[in-house]
Design a protein around this ligand. Structure first.
Ligand SMILES: [Zn+2]
Length: 59
């Protein structure tokens, strides 16, 4: 296995990681109740997913 010859500096390490931060996911609007919801998840407000009721809404 290839081994690095020299230790990379903290600046070089941190510069490499400067692109790794995750962006906050932007909310989408539910097609059933028009509330903001997480994309590709069952709507927390009405329990619908892809136009079908999957889960009854919580009280
Ligand atoms: Zn909904």
């Amino acid at each position: 296995m290839a081994v690095p010859k020299k230790k990379h500096s903290k600046m070089r390490r941190d510069r490499r990681r400067s692109h790794l931060a995750l962006k906050p996911s932007s909310p989408v609007t539910c097609s059933h109740c028009k509330q903001p919801m997480v994309a590709h998840r069952v709507c927390a407000n009405c329990g619908y997913y892809a136009g079908v009721e999957v889960k009854p809404p919580e009280e």
